[in-house]
Write a protein that binds this ligand. Sequence first.
Ligand SMILES: Cc1ncc(COP(=O)(O)O)c(C=O)c1O
Length: 407
Amino acid sequence: MRISINANRCQPSPMRKFHPYAQEAKRQGKKIYHLNIGQPDLPTPQAYYDAIRSFDAPTLEYEASPGMPKLIDAIRRYYQTLDVYLDPRDILITTGGSEALLLTLLSILDPYTEVIIPEPYYPNYTTFVNSAGGFIRALPTNPWEGYRYADRERIESLITPNTRAILITNPGNPTGVVLSQDEMRMIADIAKKHNLFLICDEVYREFCYDDKFGVPTMAKYRDIDENLVIIDSVSKRFSACGARVGCVVTRNQELQQALVKFCQSRLSVATIDQLGAAALYDVDPSFFKESKAEYKLRRDTVVSCLRQIPGVVVEEPMGAFYVMASLPVDDADKFQYWLLENFDVDGETVMFAPGAPFYETPGKGVREVRIAYVLKCEELERAIELLAEGIARYQKEVMKVGSIETK
Ligand SMILES: Cc1ncc(COP(=O)(O)O)c(C=O)c1O
């Protein structure tokens, strides 16, 4: 028997591989500050719970494969508030943004075709692209340039006859980069000129900390209707990761027909989850305002604490709830194991996501980490204090140096 080439090309999630070590540290009584997973901690709106409790059909039936009409309608109304007018057939409900990505890539990639993705990127993209037999063409960026990637020449230089799509995350995970209107327009123009799909993962759309960005979406550019695929989700927007509801938004009906075949094979997204998600779209817009204000405070706290650690390179992220930082350690992966196994201050330690798996290019990101600021400000302050103490001790005990600087 043989495991498939596509499965063998996939790696375990970098966010989850430390789990057994974290469990062991907890068993020993250590408290861990989790900065490693983008799991928002703000309460999910009550409307979600009310809606699922109100479900009283005698039989729990499958929903329609493309999604529950009530939810599709709710999503259309939400997009109208962004000045985007969609037909019901432009929206396909999926099990989270994750399934939206997987089905999109299965629908547009053939073996050995390529997707251009700015790196560092959300590591599950590798699994989705590999599942479809494709390859990632990484668009390199650097911490000292704030991970910005919107450069026409750099993007166009990566396009080959095998390129099928450009995949961007806006706002970005893990970098927090938010594209300006001009940059969005320029990337849209490239996709149009070269006849490529533009997959725009906008699951963090509401989390832009400078008002000049508004609530950005590529869906406003009507001249790229055939190219554009929006990946969307209730997970981050409504602090509802466990709802497992997302969608693909595309006006390209040929692509919709391809997607729906995959949707039909998995029959439907969970009926009750869709009912709950539909109710989320009715929550008062003040919910977004309040959660954004809270995350902005957290971002400011994390960045100012990180800047006090000698040798740390960090740019202020403009969106999402992550920050990439370069640490003055030899290997962030090794450092994370050490923090769990050999370090604590008063029984407390900290977890982050090591940077290398966010890159396609070998050797990149070894000293970088992604920090998810999904804890309250006081906890974040303590977590970064632990990180600072951990770095100092690790440098002395493991690296055997006083302190080192990274570029
Ligand atoms: C950039 C990005 N896209 C998609 C997802 C998938 O989220 P979900 O499947 O919960 O919608 C995540 C989750 O962290 C993400 O960070």
